[in-house]
Design a protein around this ligand. Structure first.
Ligand code: PAF
Length: 165
C-alpha cells in the first residue's frame, strides 16, 4: 500500500475490513474520510490531511438514504463517481469504499437499529428534519465499525452534524 496504479476501489465491507486489518497488523495507521461523493475542494483538504498524516487513507463514497427525509429527493442527489475516483487518486488516497445500499443495509431501510443523539439531533436543523441526524449518526457508526481503529476526518461546515458525530 499504496498499490501501483492508484487508488483501489472496493464495494464490500468484508474486503475493506480485511485490507485495513492487514495494514494495521503491519503497523500502519489508517485515516478515514467519510463522504457522500460529488467531492469538492473541502473534501480534497480532508483527504490531503489524511494522506499527509496516516499511512493508509480510506475514502468512503456512499449516498446514505437514512439521512434523507420522506420529502427529500435521494434520487436527485448529485453523483459523479468517475470524477470522485479521479480526485481520490490524484490526492493519493489508497482505498475507496463505494458500497451499495444493500451492502450497508442488508435488512433494508428504514433500519431495525439506529443511533440517535438525544438533544443535539432534535434542535435547529433537526427540528425540520426529524430523522436526518439519526441517519448521519447511524451511517457514521457503521463506517467507524467498518474502518476499525483509525483517525477520521470530517468537514466543519455543517457544525450541527459535527456536534452529533
Ligand atoms: O457530510 C456528509 O457528507 C455526510 O453527512 C456523511 C458524514 C458522510 C455521512 O453520510
Amino acid at each position: 500500500m499504496p498499490e501501483a496504479g492508484g487508488v483501489q476501489v472496493l464495494t464490500t465491507i468484508a474486503e475493506t475490513r480485511a485490507l485495513l486489518d492487514t495494514q494495521r497488523a503491519r503497523g500502519k495507521t489508517v485515516g478515514l474520510v467519510p463522504t457522500m461523493g460529488y467531492l469538492h475542494a473541502g473534501h480534497r483538504t480532508l483527504v490531503d490531511r489524511s494522506v499527509a498524516s496516516r499511512d493508509v487513507t480510506l475514502v468512503t463514497i456512499f449516498v446514505n438514504p437514512l439521512q434523507f427525509g420522506a420529502n427529500e429527493d435521494l434520487s436527485t442527489y448529485p453523483r459523479d463517481l468517475d470524477r470522485d475516483l479521479a480526485m481520490c487518486d490524484a490526492a493519493g488516497a489508497d482505498v475507496v469504499l463505494h458500497p451499495s445500499v444493500e451492502e450497508m443495509y442488508p435488512l433494508g431501510t428504514p433500519t431495525l437499529t439506529s443511533i440517535s443523539v438525544a438533544e443535539i439531533s432534535a434542535r435547529m436543523e433537526g427540528a425540520s428534519r426529524p430523522t436526518h441526524f439519526a441517519g448521519v449518526a447511524t451511517v457514521v457508526s457503521k463506517l467507524f465499525n467498518i474502518a476499525g481503529p483509525c483517525h477520521a476526518y470530517f468537514g466543519e461546515k455543517d457544525w450541527q452534524q459535527l456536534a452529533v458525530i
